[in-house]
Design a protein around this ligand. Sequence first.
Ligand SMILES: O=c1[nH]cnc2c1ncn2[C@@H]1O[C@H](CO)[C@@H](O)[C@H]1O
Ligand SMILES: [Zn+2]
Length: 362
Amino acid sequence: MTRLPTLEEIRRAPKVLLHDHLDGGLRPETIIDLARDCGHTLPTYDPGELAAWFRDAADSGSLERYLETFSHTVGVMQTREGLVRVAAECAEDLADDGVMYAEVRYAPEQHTSRGLSLDQVVEAVLEGFRLGSAGPDGKPRIRVGTLLTAMRHQARSMEIAELAVRYRDLGVVGFDIAGAEAGYPPTRHLDAFEYLQRENAHFTIHAGEGFGLPSIWQAIQWCGADRLGHGVRIIDDITVPENGEAKLGRLAAYVRDKRIPLEMCPTSNLQTGAAPSIAEHPIGLLRRLHFRVTVNTDNRLMSDTSLSQEFAKLVDAFGYDWDDLQWFTVNAMKSAFIPFDERLALINGVIKPGYAQMKWHA
Ligand SMILES: O=c1[nH]cnc2c1ncn2[C@@H]1O[C@H](CO)[C@@H](O)[C@H]1O
Ligand SMILES: [Zn+2]
């Protein structure tokens, strides 16, 4: 039997990350520095204790309570300097983990409480990603695209969609909606999605995480989402009889037939109660059934994780080998919001040779 990939090896393999929140991935030391600068009160000022506080508070079993922890990250991301620093460190941390292409999202409307305009917020984050992506030789170590998120309980999605279109040639590659799902169906924001479709723009929607199939159905069939954030509850439309073949309902069949990418975030799903354990996470079944599954971090701080660690947990639970990890990575690259020729160049020029090398050494 061949040896399974180790965490150290996974760190060295080229990886693609489509679902990562900027305000869910701050370094604890940075939160403390920024909180001292702006007078924001934290539960503790010790970096180790603060990291543990975020992980434990997010381990709540409910999406709503999980989201409460963001008041301490969003609270310190209200100035240009703070946003530039957080974005630069995000790009550095992802590159250090071997991520070569990432789409990082955040909600501009949450960063204007100290007077920044939406445009100033977007420009600060783009500048941070530019600075943090550069290696010591000045060449980029990672490519970071931005997704602009609108909060689903608010009413600013049209404004944020227009912002995403305005900055689409400057590093913003798409749009998203996030926040508590139950009670806030995506169709509340239909005008924004219809506008984006008319503009030939790309968007993903958090759906099927804190709420079930109706949310996924609306996201795809009413709103026209290109991808699904999480989408784990799609398994409610699949039955697996003992010793029998899995049977897909019409919605699950549609998602698989149309190759709609699922941005799965295993550890985050355990914390919010969307899945009971990694071993029982729907990703195992969905991968077997050849849905277009991708692996993501969601919030590295709250989940105390990295993309390499998410992969390592899946290797541990499902026995995935380098072919599986390459499959997830190619799926993610195929599903990215950058142009087709650029995705193809990264698949053939970076991912395939990178995994061939990992397999050669295994
Ligand atoms: O898994 C999630 N589901 C829904 N909303 C989320 C999740 N993670 C983060 N956010 C929300 O997205 C905002 C912008 O980044 C965050 O402030 C948080 O409220
Ligand atoms: Zn998310």
